[in-house]
Ligand binder design. Structure first.
Ligand code: TIH
Ligand code: FE2
Length: 295
């Protein structure tokens, strides 16, 4: 969860101390009391977690595991055709279960020996600076709940499918893991809110929703495309633009539907040369110059 953090359902504490996750009226789980109770319980677990302790175990229901199975099977087919090779490399190294939702603690233990990344549970919104700051230290804040079973192909809210199938497979690749860390270092280096937002938008249009030319075709490497079997079938038809920092850092987007503007890297090297080098060196001044309107 990064830029999407601002769209997470707010979590509040009731007078009796219990936790309430507020879902919007349009959420597919809004009128489902069983789902709402699950969301409250899972948020409560994450809020009790202290860093350094094992991530709390969620006793997912058979119905929740079934959502994971359906989405994993659909995505496994789509990834072979539409994901970049570097993501598939991470995918093979991590070898996630397809028949059940893995615990975040397991994901963390599988990932750490590969690239050093570990998972932390997030109850809800993680402040942008905190989220990225910990990325620089190879920590990834992750939601633990799963999307509502009535709409498995897409959710505007990050869920465990997005965090694990979208992000952990990428974090299992050394090259992608290095880019995530650089984004975190950039977020720590910049001081102004504007510069931080620019850095996070570049993240949005690359590690969340990036596409890449490969073997004469357009493939996806962004976690948001790779976790939705609805969106992954549509991205090739979107408005595809060149990988320009100034454009990525200043283009606005709406998280609630499929992304209609995407930015294309020409290769993994190209992504590292443009975006990796930007995050490695950017500061408030260089970002202010990039963000100037072209006259
Ligand atoms: N839309 C993604 C999915 O359905 O898996 C989840 C998100 C990606 C980015 C923000 S929310
Ligand atoms: Fe994400």
């Amino acid at each position: 969860m990064f830029e999407e953090a601002q769209y997470l359902a707010p979590v509040t504490r009731r007078a009796d101390g219990s936790i309430e996750v507020e879902l919007s009226r349009s959420h597919p789980g809004f009128a489902d009391p069983v789902y709402r109770e699950r969301r409250n319980r899972i948020a409560e677990l994450a809020m009790q977690h202290q860093q350094g302790e094992p991530i709390p175990v969620v006793d997912y229901t058979p119905e929740e595991h079934e959502v994971w199975r359906i989405v994993s099977a659909e995505l496994a087919v789509a990834h072979q055709e539409l994901a970049v090779a570097e993501y598939l490399h991470g995918y093979e190294r991590l070898n996630l279960p397809k028949d059940r939702i893995p615990q975040l603690q397991e994901v963390s233990e599988w990932l750490a020996p590969l690239t050093g990344f570990r998972y932390l549970p997030a109850a809800g919104l993680v402040e942008l600076r905190e989220f990225y700051g910990t990325l620089a230290d190879s920590y990834f804040h992750s939601t633990q709940y799963i999307r509502h079973h009535s709409v498995p192909l897409y959710t505007p809210e990050p869920d465990v499918i997005h965090e694990v199938i979208g992000h952990a497979n990428a974090l299992a690749s050394d090259r992608f893991a290095a880019l995530y860390r650089l984004a975190g270092e950039a977020a720590r280096r910049v001081e102004s809110r504007e510069a931080l937002e620019f850095v996070s938008k570049v993240f949005w249009f690359t590690l969340e929703f990036g596409v890449m030319a490969e073997g004469g075709e357009l493939k996806a490497y962004g976690a948001g495309i790779l976790s939705s079997y609805g969106e992954i079938r549509e991205f090739r038809g979107m408005d595809i633009r060149p990988l320009e920092l100034a454009a990525m850092g200043t283009t606005s987007y709406d998280i609630t539907h499929y992304q209609d503007v995407l930015f294309r890297a020409e290769s993994m090297d190209h992504l590292e040369d443009v975006v990796g080098a930007f995050w490695a060196t950017c500061d408030d001044d260089s970002i202010a110059r990039l963000a100037l309107p072209v006259s």
